[in-house]
Design a protein around this ligand. Structure first.
Ligand code: ZN
Ligand code: ZN
Length: 346
């Protein structure tokens, strides 16, 4: 089968690999129908994720059709159209029993990381019953791909951890990439009165405006702190979501948060960042961190199936698996190509 293989920092190739086979009784083999590229794949290619070793097939998102299942699978059957969760989970270990599937003792984020992933014609999914979701009838497959990772990540790490709870609240999202936009979309379940999005890319800010932002700020041209204060009666935002992952944006969040507010970090940080306790110690704030647990995936699937949530505007480009190297090129030059999510048909 064809697969996109990581060959060490800066190096990848589309090549022929053996089709995966069942290796545990609760495995399934899934034929990929659609997959996508994540910012995390770019981090791997930069060499930021040493736990991902050369030779690994990348990708942790996708939808497909179940081809074969091991004898221990009782929920998932051959022929099922399924969503592949970026988090694999056994459902039985101590972390899984607490709903922290991202920390599963024999799972977590393993696909396209420590085991071969979804940017291929076929993928082996461990713990298939609890790591795959049957797609509701009639659901758009491209929209569903957005639920493998970015929608549950924005919702769980940004909206739920950020305590977005209802009308009257102000929410500031720092970073208008796919994850920031997924946070923007799912924050609207709770009708906050202000949804302010901050980025340095006008294309992405225009996308945020189209997806429901009440104000957008290009922090290259404007003082984001002054503008957010002006929009919030000088208080700052009740919820501030960090969706970039660099020290400067985490520090900006500390300047944007209102007394009593919450900073919800989503960004993948590769460097230490300053925490200004000399100012924040008396501000009654909370800071949260989280790796997506995908505990809300089934709910989000229903929201897409019923039209409450429409993630399709996040898809800007489409490719086939044969042209996945072009897809990486377009996704990697997002500022020029205006790419948000690219969908790859296998
Ligand atoms: Zn991802
Ligand atoms: Zn587990």
């Amino acid at each position: 089968m064809k697969a996109l293989v990581y060959h060490g920092p800066g190096s990848k190739a589309l090549e022929e690999r053996p089709k995966p086979v069942l290796s545990a009784p609760d495995d399934a083999i899934v034929r990929i129908v659609k997959t996508t590229i994540c910012g995390t794949d770019l981090h791997i290619l930069k060499g930021d994720v040493p736990s991902c070793e050369p030779g690994r097939i990348l990708g942790h998102e996708g939808v497909g059709v179940v081809e074969t299942v091991g004898p221990a699978c009782t929920l998932i059957s051959p022929g099922d159209r399924v969503l592949i969760s970026c988090i694999s989970s056994c459902g039985k270990c101590d972390y899984c029993r607490k709903g922290m599937y991202s920390h599963c003792r024999s799972g977590g984020w393993v696909l396209g990381h420590t085991i071969d992933g979804t940017q291929a014609e076929f993928v082996r999914i461990p713990h298939a019953d609890t790591s795959l979701y049957r797609l509701p009838a009639g659901i758009d497959e491209e929209a569903a791909v957005m639920l493998s990772d970015i929608l549950p990540t924005g919702f769980e790490c940004g909206v739920l951890n950020g305590k977005v709870r209802g009308p009257g609240q102000s929410v500031a999202i720092v970073g208008a990439g796919p994850i920031g936009l997924a946070t923007l979309m799912t924050a609207q379940f709770y009708s906050p009165s202000q949804l302010i999005v901050i980025d340095v890319d006008d294309n992405r800010l225009a996308a945020a405006h189209g997806l429901g932002a009440t104000a957008t700020i290009n922090s290259l041209n404007e003082n984001a702190v002054a503008r957010v204060k002006a929009l919030t009666s000088d208080a700052g935002a009740d919820t501030v979501v960090e969706a970039v992952g660099i020290p400067a944006t985490f520090e900006l969040c500390q300047d944007l948060v209102a007394p009593g507010g919450t900073i919800a970090n989503i960004g993948v940080h590769g460097h230490k960042a300053d925490l200004h306790l000399e100012r924040l110690w008396a501000h009654n704030i909370a800071i949260t961190t989280r790796l997506v647990d995908t505990e809300t995936t089934a709910m989000l699937l229903k929201a897409v199936a019923t039209g409450t949530l429409n993630p399709k505007p996040l898809i800007t480009h489409r490719f086939s698996l044969d042209t996945i190297l072009d897809a990486y090129d377009v996704f990697g030059r997002a500022a020029e190509t205006k790419a948000l999510k690219v969908v790859i048909a296998a």
